[in-house]
Ligand binder design. Structure first.
Ligand SMILES: [Cu+2]
Length: 464
């Protein structure tokens, strides 16, 4: 009897919870209402069966409960009942499967007027490619991927020259325009998911998968990697900005074509040296860092990282938190570099400076630090030299006091909290595992034991 009551309460509770639950679909922003309809239909079918079966169970427990002198009947076969049960199940299962098959067919049947965009996944980063004026993508090859050619473009294919390469994880799309999304992975399985669009698809190494949709509501949506196993897919965030066609065209025009990236001017080292003069007041004549001024060593960091940091300072992505006084100080200095060319030049000049040994000021439990470093090694490398493909800079052999300070900044939300800072956000998520300052000291003490060889320069870093 008690069991019957519990079963009935479970049924009532589940239905009430379902109706009152705030966890339901996010507002839809695409043409795929049919996906919602399919999910709703599934919930109706499974919900009705759940209610019916459990109420029947409760009824049986009450009706056929133990009574003195009553004997169980044995009825191995009942044709009429079986025909009923099989027919109802057949209809139910067809209702569960058929709409899904039809909707799935629609999702991979791309309309003629769809524009194309390619999204590339890699450990822990998204980038995007647009086909350019000719509307055709150029050939790519995994074996051509390198620091200088992160998209693996084939330089011998003329159709690729006007392809537009967007190396940031933010992609833009014009509203009310069907789009075919082609998905490519550089390394492992990833999963492209934007909840508001109701479509998601795996990126499978070695093949190109695709689906189509039409964004119907302007706005900025989170692009998530829903490949949930693995060390940092959860930290692999991007965004999709849906906007008017004009705004979209303008955004697209601000990105280089593949041909542009081939014709980048060589950095001007003379100009870079001149721009570096004011920097040397804090960072040192040789970029070796200066503990007294809290200015870190700059040599040994890869070009892409240095350029990104200076731009982050300039654009208020780093060094804006009122509690980040040192970052704010650097922010003022970054604005002395007038344009992208000036940044390239000064960073190229820093690349020519000798990589002097860094300060070692912190001690701690090296063995404990080694355990903690295990996680870090996935992105920064076992030797701490940094892994360009993961956007993770050299972390060992840099000023240890600075490393410790940055880990605290990331952990406490002074760095890596800005929505436009996907790499900082990644690092901040990881830094939150370091609850105690002692853990940071242990970690840094271990990192001090790692070799401090200079990271391969931008052009000669190994390709992946
Ligand atoms: Cu992923």
């Amino acid at each position: 009897m008690v069991i019957a009551v519990v079963v009935i309460l479970l049924v009532v509770g589940s239905v009430v919870f379902h109706i009152l639950s705030p966890w339901w679909f996010t507002p839809i922003a695409s043409n795929w209402q049919s996906v919602d309809d399919t999910v709703n239909m599934t919930i109706w079918v499974t919900g009705c069966v759940f209610v019916a079966v459990n109420l029947f169970l409760a009824w049986c427990i009450i009706k056929f409960r133990h009574k003195e002198g009553r004997k169980a009947e044995y009825e191995p076969e009942n044709k009429k009942l079986e025909i009923w049960l099989v027919s109802i199940s057949a209809v139910g299962i067809a209702a569960l499967l058929a709409p899904g098959l039809i909707v799935w067919g629609d999702i991979v049947t791309v309309p003629e007027d769809a524009m194309e965009v390619e999204t590339i996944g890699q450990q822990w980063h998204w980038s995007h490619r647009y086909p350019g004026k000719d509307g055709k993508f150029g050939d790519v090859d995994q074996s051509l991927i390198s620091v200088a050619n992160p998209f693996g473009m084939d330089p011998d294919d003329p159709t690729g020259m006007d392809d537009i390469l967007v190396s940031s994880p933010e992609m833009h799309l014009p509203v009310n325009q069907p789009v075919k999304v082609l998905l490519r992975s550089k390394d492992v399985l990833h999963n492209f998911a934007v909840p508001q669009f109701r479509v998601k698809m795996d990126l499978v190494p070695g093949m190109v998968t695709f689906f189509w949709f039409e964004p119907t509501v302007e706005g900025t949506y989170d692009l998530l990697c829903e490949e949930l196993c693995g060390i940092a897919h959860h930290a692999m965030k991007g965004s999709v900005v849906v906007e008017s066609r004009d705004a979209y065209e303008q955004w697209l025009g601000s990105h280089p074509t593949y041909a542009d990236t081939l014709n980048m001017p060589e950095p001007d080292l003379q100009a870079g040296r001149a721009s570096y003069a004011p920097c040397s007041g804090c960072h040192g004549q040789n970029g070796e860092g200066n503990l007294a001024l809290n200015a870190p060593k700059l040599t040994g960091l890869d070009t892409a990282y240095l350029v990104r940091q200076v731009k982050n300072f300039q654009q208020g992505i780093r060094g804006t938190d009122p509690a980040d006084t040192l970052g704010m100080q650097m922010r003022g200095m970054a604005s002395t570099l007038s344009d992208d060319a000036a940044i390239d030049n000064v960073v190229a000049y820093i690349g020519t400076l000798p990589d002097l040994p860094a300060a070692k000021t912190i001690t701690g439990d090296v063995e404990h630090g080694e355990e903690l470093y295990e996680t870090c090694s996935y992105c920064h490398g076992k030797d701490g030299r940094g892994i360009w493909a993961m956007n993770a800079p050299r972390a060992a052999g840099m000023d240890d006091w600075y490393t410790a300070a940055q880990l605290k900044s990331f952990r406490d939300g002074l760095r890596g909290a800005h929505p436009q800072d996907p790499y900082g956000q990644q690092m901040a998520q990881i830094a939150r595992m370091l609850n105690e300052d002692q853990e940071i000291n242990d970690l840094v003490a271990y990192m001090n034991t790692l070799g401090s060889t200079r990271v391969a320069s931008l052009d000669s870093a190994e390709s992946h």
